[in-house]
Design a protein around this ligand. Structure first.
Ligand SMILES: CC(C)(COP(=O)(O)OP(=O)(O)OC[C@H]1O[C@@H](n2cnc3c(N)ncnc32)[C@H](O)[C@@H]1OP(=O)(O)O)[C@@H](O)C(=O)NCCC(=O)NCCS
Length: 252
């Protein structure tokens, strides 16, 4: 008996409304377009996520490794009900956000990854995905976690998220937080920006090609910079590590 294994391995996708693109002006005066990325474009994202796996600073490494796996999972039909949005400035990739639908009333935020820093592009991306969950997909609640202190400030503090510590989040099983419809409505005026429709020339530029980020985060030249992310501002761990190495060399 022959079995079509692919039919078993491939999850059946739930119907999900498409994301309607929007745009907003950054503090730099540049417009940024937020739009959905579909399966065939995923390889164009992967090549810009991979280098970030080697950036320890601000937890880019763990977030990029997870995003990379999620994107391949989506591309190869090995992920249930995922969506991916890209933020582009003049075609250049500036941020990636993704998430998934758990049930028709419950959403789950996967990741937010800023490839251009200092302009709240990540924050705009996060707001766009919350808007997608609540307004377009009709979710009552979105489960969220933060992997980095910057993420915690941006999501838990700015949106005043509620604790759902009895629910292990799909990202590492850590306790969840939740954005409810009520919290989102309270944040609308201050945190959620953007206009629709996107002017045709802006949208065409974004849809034409995902261009490489011009100034992505890179690994620090000085390894001491990485200690910030490990709550080791005095670099004690690094110094201790060096002493161990020196001791080993003397013993040899
Ligand atoms: C979390 C994240 C999406 C936020 O993106 P963002 O809103 O565009 O914000 P930035 O990262 O540019 O800036 C955040 C802070 O870092 C600092 N910062 C700005 N530019 C920076 C730069 N070039 N390098 C380092 N830090 C910078 C700023 O002080 C800013 O402080 P603020 O909160 O007072 O504005 C982004 O930091 C990121 O992708 N981090 C790595 C992955 C991650 O942690 N994702 C979220 C998981 S919960």
């Amino acid at each position: 008996m022959s079995v079509d294994l692919e039919k078993i391995l491939r999850p059946v996708e739930s119907p999900m409304a498409p994301y309607e693109p929007k745009y907003m002006m950054l503090a730099s005066g540049e417009p940024v377009v937020v739009r959905q990325v579909f399966r065939d474009e995923i390889p164009d994202l992967l090549k810009h996520v991979e280098p970030l796996i080697h950036v320890e600073r601000d937890y880019y490494d763990v977030v990029a490794a997870r995003v990379y796996a999620e994107l391949i999972g989506y591309y190869t039909h090995r992920f249930q009900d995922q969506y991916v949005l890209a933020l582009q400035v003049d075609g250049e990739l500036a941020a990636i956000v993704n998430g998934r639908q758990v049930t028709p009333k419950l959403g789950l935020s996967l990741h937010t990854l800023a490839l251009r820093r200092g302009l709240r592009i990540g924050a705009h991306g996060f707001a766009a995905k919350m808007e997608y969950h609540i307004d377009a997909l009709g979710h009552d609640e979105v489960l969220i976690v933060a992997e980095s202190p910057i993420g915690f400030r941006r999501w838990m503090i700015e949106y005043k998220l509620e604790k759902r510590f009895d629910i292990p989040h799909e990202l590492g099983g850590v306790p969840s937080w939740a954005l409810t419809r009520e919290l989102f409505d309270r944040a609308r005026a201050s945190l959620v920006v953007g206009r629709r429709p996107v002017p045709p020339e802006l949208l065409e530029k974004a849809m034409e090609k995902i261009l490489p980020p011009s100034d992505p985060p890179t690994p620090p030249l000085d390894p001491l910079a990485a200690t910030r992310a490990l709550y080791d501002p005095t670099a004690t761990a690094l110094v201790a590590q060096r002493w161990e190495m020196e001791k080993g060399a003397q013993d040899a």
